[in-house]
Design a binder for this molecule. Structure first.
Ligand SMILES: NC(=O)c1ccc[n+]([C@@H]2O[C@H](COP(=O)([O-])OP(=O)(O)OC[C@H]3O[C@@H](n4cnc5c(N)ncnc54)[C@H](OP(=O)(O)O)[C@@H]3O)[C@@H](O)[C@H]2O)c1
Length: 270
């Protein structure tokens, strides 16, 4: 069995631990490291997973998952450097940090896999993209993919595409939350109680997402199927086109990609 140590059990670290346990990993194969003793004790009680210092957790692991904020990475790398056993796989969930940064701070030849997850990991529905560093083999990538499959879906992309992934799926849930919020406002404008409008829209979003995922059909086909001649949907689509919603989304996601590149540079210069 692969022993996994999660360094930084905040929102994402905890979601990963919970997902691995729910997928049947025994708690004895897992460990985590957290800065605050109260948080550690509370997590151990809730999940049944032992906590340890960074060095101890890493020394006993086959896979070390780094889930601290990008700005907290330097002290973690310094502690990891002396503690990693040869061949231990390091999986980074840190947004914007390249595999080269880990490789430069860890023993020569350390295999590193970079992952961009997203917050639906909290409900076992993450979308994660993995990229291997210079010393990561296909087998290492597979270990990372198998681990992340416990908390959602996984794709593999070249590392150069990680800023695009960040803009699409990393920030993606926020765009949907924003759309849902706007559509609930529309329901209120039309005289519906807020709770009813929210129910209508949240279930419609969920149903549409399941249709997209389960059918695998192109979204255009699914939309055309509910767009009848001279009907209500086409009246709404005309307004969306008139307001440039498609162009706004493309521009928004391009801006998120540019910001991801910029943030990556800032973190690396620290
Ligand atoms: N949340 C998201 O939507 C999301 C999406 C994609 C990727 N990510 C990435 O996932 C990582 C974690 O994000 P998060 O939202 O889970 O952050 P978070 O809730 O702040 O969790 C990070 C945890 O790591 C702890 N920590 C920091 N330094 C440590 C150290 N030296 N030893 C042990 N524990 C340490 C922090 O403790 P303190 O409370 O003391 O700081 C905190 O509990 C980030 O790199 C982020 O870029 C997050």
């Amino acid at each position: 069995m692969t022993r996994i140590a999660v360094l930084g059990a905040g929102k994402i670290g905890e979601a990963l631990l919970a997902g691995l346990l729910a997928a049947g990993r025994p708690a004895s194969d897992l460990a985590f490291s957290e800065r605050h003793p109260e948080r550690s004790a509370e997590l151990t009680e809730r999940l049944g997973v032992a906590s340890a210092g960074v060095e101890e957790a890493a020394a006993g692991a086959d896979v070390v998952v780094v889930a601290v904020k990008p700005q907290d990475i330097a002290p973690v790398l310094a502690e990891l450097k002396g503690a990693l056993r040869p061949g231990t796989l390091v999986i980074s969930l840190c947004a914007g940090l390249p595999t080269a940064l880990f490789e430069g701070g860890l023993p020569d030849g350390t295999p590193v896999v970079r992952v961009m997850p997203n917050t639906p990991m909290l409900v076992g529905e993450a979308m994660s993209a993995v990229s291997g560093g210079a010393h990561a083999t296909a087998e290492h990538l597979q270990v990372a993919q198998d681990m992340l499959a416990a908390v959602g879906r996984v794709v593999s992309v070249p590392e150069a595409q990680q800023d695009a992934v960040t803009a699409l799926s990393g920030s993606g849930p926020a765009y949907f939350f924003y759309l849902v919020e706007a559509m609930i406002d529309a329901g209120i404008l039309l005289g519906l109680p807020r709770a009813v409008a929210a129910d209508l829209i949240v279930q419609s979003a969920y149903g549409a997402a399941v249709m997209l995922r389960e059918s695998g059909d192109h979204p255009v086909l699914l939309r055309e199927a509910v767009t009848s001649p001279a009907g209500t949907t086409i009246a709404a689509i005309r307004e969306l086109e008139r307001h440039g919603v498609r162009a706004a989304l493309i521009d928004a996601i391009e801006a998120a990609r540019d910001r991801s590149v910029e943030l990556g540079r800032t973190v690396q210069q620290r």
